[in-house]
Design a protein around this ligand. Structure first.
Ligand code: FAD
Length: 156
């Protein structure tokens, strides 16, 4: 099977968009990710999938903590910045939730300790034990078929 066929099929799964953030030696690193899901309610666990070529991989291993920041509809620019799609470096100010950096304006900020990691193919799955959550009431940014979208109608 062609890679393109696989990518196209996976792109048919509409998702939100997150920025995963972690901190090593006082330096915050963020990365756009939509391979995120809830895993367990008791205990509260989530998973993110990080490519082996991503700078984020080693930083997560070192830090052992991370945040998942679910982006609001008006945060497409941040998604592009943290996906390396913006040429010039843009300064982004992070807040803190406990000891972990989180993105202001995200509709959910979820902080985690890494409880397990599993190498699968060219990605590593990090299981995060949820430590804290902060929510904002706003619409989500959506990603579908390689394009950013917004919810058309929130009344149904
Ligand atoms: P870099 O490419 O070095 O960093 C990414 C960008 O973030 C750079 O431009 C850097 O300057 C900027 N940046 C980092 N930290 C800061 C900071 N503190 N302040 C300001 N700027 C900063 N890849 C996956 O592995 N898993 C996924 O689930 C995934 N989902 C994606 C979903 C979408 C919608 C998109 C668009 C991309 C996705 N990617 C995913 C790809 C991933 O976001 C990119 O490959 C990314 O560039 C990899 O980042 P990196 O850790 O290698 O670091």
């Amino acid at each position: 099977m062609e890679d393109r066929q696989f990518r196209n099929a996976m792109g048919k799964f509409a998702t939100g968009v997150t920025v995963v953030a972690t901190e090593v030696d006082g330096n915050v690193h963020g990365m756009t990710a939509n391979a995120f899901m809830s895993v367990s309610l008791n205990p509260k666990l989530v998973v993110v999938s990080i490519a082996e070529k991503a700078q984020m991989l080693e930083k997560m291993k070192q830090s052992k903590t991370f945040s998942v920041n679910i982006l609001a509809a008006d945060q497409k620019e941040l998604s592009m910045i943290f996906a390396g799609q913006v040429k010039e470096y843009q300064e982004v100010v992070f807040q803190r939730l406990g000891n972990v950096p989180v993105l202001p304006g995200a509709i959910a900020q979820i902080t985690c300790d890494i409880s397990a990691s599993h190498v699968e193919g060219d990605h590593t799955l990090f299981i995060g034990k949820v430590i804290d959550i902060r929510l904002e009431d706003a619409e989500p940014l959506i990603y579908f078929s390689g394009k950013y979208r917004k919810l058309a109608d929130n009344n149904e």
